[in-house]
Design a protein around this ligand. Structure first.
Ligand code: ADP
Ligand code: MG
Length: 605
């Protein structure tokens, strides 16, 4: 079975990568869906490269011939040879440009496509995936791994042509003079050995350097993202020091790398000259003996330059290919991670949209942790408004996340209008049950764009009645209209230019615009004044038109708005009833309220 990776949006044009074939295939072959469409460009530029290669190999022989025919013996005129050499040089130049252009173009195309695939795949991953993985690591993976694959794809064909030119040149040289060929190649094993020594020393270092670079980036990212905390605690100099330490470690590694290079690179560069000396020595003797023409010496000297290229770069290339393979494997690891939550093969699409929620014996815990919810049974009727009360850490937010299927329960089931959430399309669940968290995320875009984020049909449309109504219901109209550009005001990163209460009201309006059947407010109005919150709840009530509302709150005034209160304690629902009744009958309820209520109101006694 091939598990196809669906692309989203712009990435949809990219052919899917067979995700379940695992790493049995070579990584290049696994890249085939991305590489395939580029094959004609690859083949075409490779053909061009081969022609350029033939010219490179032919030129030294022609130079040798020129010397023998026009200078050593003056048997022929010089001009035709010169013209031929100039034409060949020009042709070679143009072909090399075309060849490299084709290769780089392909490599960058692959880079873009793989990045698109990765991004689409990351956006599909479940909350639990992001609970496990560090975001910084993910971003550096996406960047550097894709980059190293790209580099390999661009360089590998160049190395291949260099090896091919080596083979052809050797054949041409052997045909000219076997002893001189031996003299020319005698230093090449040395070049290779030095190249390998260089690689063996640089390879581990390059990993260390990469790690330390990530460390530096990490310090910068965290300090800038957390700049408000840094300044609040006067920690600027500490962060600067952390940065200095990180950059110092990076510098050491870089200097080490430089030292190794400085020691070995001159050797690598000069070893081939040993061959030149031997060619001059042996060639000179052969010419004097009359067994060789003088042009051959000149030609061989050029061939030595050609021959050493693959030997010099083999070491570099081997590092590159190892790294590209490791990178590709990490990329495929991410691509192979099937989202834990996905659409069922046969989704139920014809449920009545009433907004009835039923939890049956729901058990859930994060990761490998213990059960946090230990058999929650709860039914919420369409149009009902229910407040969930529990101590901090009792799992209220967790319950909210289960309702819109951010996570699946370990055991038991959650039904929406009588259908298990797992039998519905994920998009259907998320459009029907919307959770508004207490610390909402806003994008650095206009207020209007943030509001319409859940309504693709409204994105880009002029401000309409629907948006105004949602904003009004969330009591956001006042501050939106007071902003410099009204609805077009651009908010700072993550909404930094807004107050907590303003962010919460925008998030509520954003959720209302989706018109879900079930609205879950997870402490969603906690940063808003008491009287404003009461007003918002009133307008939610009047707007509701049968919408089920579940809310988690820490204010008595809010809790009393609910028709029914559910007390979550020790992972189960222990009490349910009106606030007044629970207050009267449940000692535990009074206890929990006393510990959780925010104190801008009277605590009940
Ligand atoms: N993503 C997560 N991964 C692991 N543990 C979590 C995660 N989110 C919350 N928890 C833990 O689950 C428990 C319940 O959290 P939560 O549902 O947020 O409680 P509440 O909203 O009732 O205060 C807490 O102990 C918290 O540390
Ligand atoms: Mg919570």
């Amino acid at each position: 079975m091939t598990d196809l990776l669906p692309g989203a949006g712009a990435a949809a044009a990219i052919p899917p990568v067979a995700a379940s074939e695992g790493l049995r295939l070579g990584w290049i072959r696994r890249l085939w869906p991305v590489l395939g469409p580029q094959r004609w460009i690859v083949i075409g530029s490779f053909a061009v490269g081969l022609v350029a290669l033939s010219i490179s190999v032919a030129v030294p022989t022609i130079v040798g011939l020129t010397i023998d025919r026009t200078i050593a013996s003056t048997a022929s005129p010089l001009e035709p040879f010169l013209v031929a050499l100039v034409v060949l040089a020009l042709a070679r130049g143009v072909l090399s440009v075309v060849y490299r252009y084709g290769l780089y173009r392909t490599a960058y195309r692959v880079e873009v496509d793989v990045r698109g695939l990765l991004f689409a795949h990351l956006l599909e991953q479940t909350f639990s995936f992001y609970d496990r993985i560090q975001t910084g690591q993910l971003i550096s993976r996406a960047q550097s791994d894709v980059r190293s694959v790209q580099l390999y794809l661009a360089v590998a064909p160049l190395i291949l042509t260099a090896v091919l030119s080596f083979v052809v040149a050797i054949v041409v040289m052997l045909a000219t003079s076997i002893p001189l060929t031996l003299a020319a190649v005698v230093a090449l094993p040395g070049v290779y050995a030095v190249g390998v020594a260089l690689r063996n020393r640089l390879f581990p270092l390059s990993w260390i350097i990469q790690g330390r670079q990530a460390e530096v980036t990490g310090v910068v990212e965290e300090s800038i993202a957390g700049v408000r905390v840094v300044q609040a605690f006067g920690a600027e100099s500490r962060q600067v020091e952390a940065m200095a330490n990180a950059t110092r470690r990076l510098r050491w590694a870089n200097v080490d790398q430089g030292t190794i290079r400085a020691r070995l690179a001159p050797l690598l560069e000069n070893l081939p000259r040993v061959g030149s000396v031997l060619v001059l020595l042996l060639g000179g003797w052969l010419v004097i003996e009359g067994r060789l023409e003088i042009g051959a010496i000149v030609a061989f000297n050029s061939y030595i330059v050609l021959l050493q290229i693959p030997f010099r770069f083999l070491g570099f290339f081997l590092i590159l290919s190892q790294r590209a393979r490791a990178s590709a494997e990490r990329i495929f690891e991410v691509l192979d991670a099937a989202p834990e939550i996905s659409d069922p093969p046969v989704p139920v699409t014809d449920r009545e949209r009433a907004g009835r929620i039923e939890l049956r014996n729901v058990r859930f815990g994060y990761g490998d942790g213990d059960d946090l919810l230990r058999g929650v049974d709860l039914t919420i009727e369409p149009g009902e408004s229910v407040a969930i009360v529990g101590t901090s850490g009792s799992g209220k937010s967790t319950l909210a996340r289960l309702l819109c299927r951010y996570y699946d329960p370990r055991d038991g089931e959650i039904l929406l209008d009588g259908v298990d959430l797992r039998d519905l399309l994920v998009g259907d669940v998320r459009a029907s049950v919307v959770v508004v968290p207490d610390e909402p995320f806003l994008f650095s875009a206009s207020l209007l764009d943030n509001l319409t984020f859940g309504r693709p049909d409204l994105i880009g449309a002029p401000l309409g009645e629907q948006v105004r109504n949602a904003a009004a219901a969330a009591d956001a109209t006042g501050f939106i209209e007071a902003s410099d550009d009204g609805y077009d005001t651009v908010v700072g990163e993550r909404g930094a230019t807004l107050s907590g209460g303003q962010r919460q009201r925008l998030a509520l309006a954003r959720a209302l615009l989706v018109e879900p059947e079930v609205l879950v407010l997870d402490d969603a109005l906690s940063a808003i004044d008491v009287h404003v919150e009461a007003r918002v709840h009133e307008s939610l009530d009047s707007l509701r038109a049968g919408r089920t509302t579940v809310f988690i709150a820490h204010r008595l005034s809010t809790i009393t708005l609910a028709k029914r209160v559910v007390l979550l304690d020790d992972g189960v629902v222990v009490e349910t009833g009106t606030h007044a009744r629970l207050l009267e009958t449940s000692a535990r309820y009074r206890e929990v309220l006393a510990t959780t209520l925010t104190t801008d109101e009277d605590i009940p006694t």
